[in-house]
Ligand binder design. Structure first.
Ligand code: FES
Ligand SMILES: [Fe+2]
Length: 378
C-alpha cells in the first residue's frame, strides 16, 4: 500500500487572520445534546449558510423551501428579480405556508387564505373586518438577511452579523476565475449520515485516513498531502492529483472560465466556508457538500455534483466519470463514519488527538471553539 507522504502540511493564514488550530477535541462534543444545541444557537444561527442555488429560482415568482436547523424558510425571486428569503410562517397564526418548490404570483397561506406579495408584504386578508384594527403594513412575512455569492443563496439568522462578503477575506477574488455561478448540478442527493455533523465535515477534509479508507481509489493518485491556507474562519486545501503530464492536454480541452493560475487547473482545491459549506473545485466540475445536524449522532449531507453549463464531448464525459468515482469514494467514507460514531458513543475515549494531516479539521475546531466561547469578530 502506498502511503501519503507524512510531511507536515503547510499551514498558513492571511496576514491578519491567525491560524486557529487545536490539537485535541473532547469526544463529548459528538455525543452531548446540550453541546449540539449550543452549536446550533452560537454557530448555525449566527453564520452565513447556503439555502439554495440561484438557478433553482430563475424567474420572478419561483420559490424553494429550505427546512433545516429547526427553521423553515422560503427563497423567492421577487418581481424586480431580486432573491428574498422569508420565514415560511404565516403572520395570522403561524402556519407553515409553502412546501418544496414551485412558482406563484402571490404567496398564499392554505389555512385561512392570507396572501402575501413576492416581497413578503401582506396583500390580502379574507373578511378583514372581523379583526380588531389589523395593521396590514406591519404584517408582512418576516424577512431573513440574505445575499448571493458563487450562484448560491446565503442567509444569516443573526441581524447583527457582518455582511457575507466582509467575512470571506480574499476568497471571492480567488474563486472568481472558476465562475461557479455557471455550474449546474448533474446529481443532487440528500442523505442521512449516521454520524455527528462535525464528523462528516472533518472526514471530507482529512487526509490522514486516505491510505486506509481509500487504499484502492484516491490513494493511488495522491503522493503527498495538501497544503493548507486559512482565510480567517475558512480554509483551502490544495491537493495535487495524479501525475500531471498525461492530464495536461486533456485539461486544456476541458478548461473554460479563467484566467486560472497553473495550480488552479492542475490541483484540486477544497474550500470550507465555515461552518458547513464544503466545495471541491476544478475548472471542469464542482462538488458541493453541505452538512446539517439532525441530532448528536446523525446529520443530513446535501451533496451535489456539477458540470459547467454547456459542457459537451470530452468535458462532459470527464464530468460523469468523476461523478461516478466521487460517489464510490463517498461510499468508502460513509462506511467508517458509522463506526466512528458508534465508537465515540461509548465515551471510552474522552479526548481525540489530531494529526498534522488532519490540520483542516484542527483549524475548524479552533474556529468552532472561538464561536462557542465568544461572539465572532467582524
Ligand atoms: S394561519 Fe395562515 S391564514 Fe390563518
Ligand atoms: Fe475520505
Amino acid at each position: 500500500m502506498s502511503r501519503v507522504d507524512p510531511q507536515r502540511q503547510n499551514r498558513s493564514g492571511e496576514d491578519n487572520q491567525p491560524w486557529a488550530g487545536v490539537r485535541t477535541v473532547p469526544s463529548s462534543h459528538y455525543t452531548d445534546p446540550e453541546h449540539l444545541r449550543r452549536e446550533e444557537d452560537e454557530v448555525f444561527k449566527r453564520a452565513w449558510i447556503v439555502v439554495a442555488r440561484e438557478e433553482q429560482i430563475p424567474r420572478p415568482g419561483d420559490y424553494v423551501v429550505f427546512d433545516e436547523l429547526g427553521e423553515s424558510l422560503v427563497a423567492v425571486r421577487d418581481e424586480s428579480g431580486r432573491v428574498r428569503v422569508l420565514h415560511n410562517s404565516c403572520r395570522h397564526r403561524g402556519s407553515r405556508m409553502l412546501e418544496g418548490c414551485g412558482h406563484a404570483d402571490t404567496l398564499d397561506c392554505p389555512y385561512h387564505g392570507w396572501s402575501y406579495g413576492l416581497d413578503g408584504s401582506l396583500k390580502g386578508v379574507p373578511r378583514i373586518g372581523g379583526f380588531d384594527a389589523l395593521d396590514t403594513n406591519r404584517m408582512g412575512l418576516h424577512a431573513v438577511r440574505s445575499s448571493t455569492w458563487l450562484g448560491f443563496v446565503w442567509i444569516n439568522l443573526d441581524p447583527d452579523a457582518p455582511p457575507l462578503l466582509a467575512t470571506l477575506g480574499s476568497l471571492p477574488d480567488e474563486l472568481a476565475p472558476y465562475r461557479l455561478e455557471e455550474m449546474r448540478p448533474i446529481a443532487i442527493k440528500d442523505e442521512v449520515v449516521p454520524a455527528n455533523w462535525k464528523a462528516m465535515l472533518e472526514n471530507a477534509m482529512d487526509f490522514y485516513h486516505v491510505p486506509f479508507v481509500h487504499g484502492r481509489t484516491i490513494n493511488k493518485h495522491v503522493t503527498r498531502g495538501p497544503d493548507l491556507q486559512s482565510y480567517g474562519d475558512h480554509t483551502r486545501q490544495r491537493l495535487p492529483i495524479a501525475a500531471y503530464g498525461w492530464r495536461a492536454s486533456l485539461d486544456r480541452r476541458c478548461t473554460r472560465g479563467g484566467p486560472y493560475t497553473p495550480l488552479q487547473v492542475s490541483a484540486l482545491h477544497k474550500y470550507l466556508v465555515f461552518p458547513n459549506f464544503l466545495i471541491n473545485v476544478l475548472p471542469f466540475h464542482l462538488t458541493v457538500m453541505q452538512v446539517f445536524p439532525i441530532d448528536t449522532h446523525s446529520c443530513r449531507l446535501r451533496y451535489a455534483f456539477c458540470k459547467r453549463q454547456g459542457a459537451r464531448g470530452i468535458e462532459l464525459a470527464r464530468v460523469y466519470g468523476t461523478w461516478a468515482a466521487s460517489r464510490y469514494i463517498l461510499w468508502e467514507d460513509l462506511t467508517v463514519l458509522d463506526r466512528f460514531q458508534r465508537g465515540v458513543d461509548t465515551q471510552r475515549v474522552s479526548t481525540q488527538t489530531l494529526h498534522d494531516e488532519e490540520a483542516a479539521a484542527s483549524h475548524f475546531h479552533g474556529v468552532l471553539r472561538r464561536w462557542m466561547e465568544s461572539p465572532p469578530t467582524p
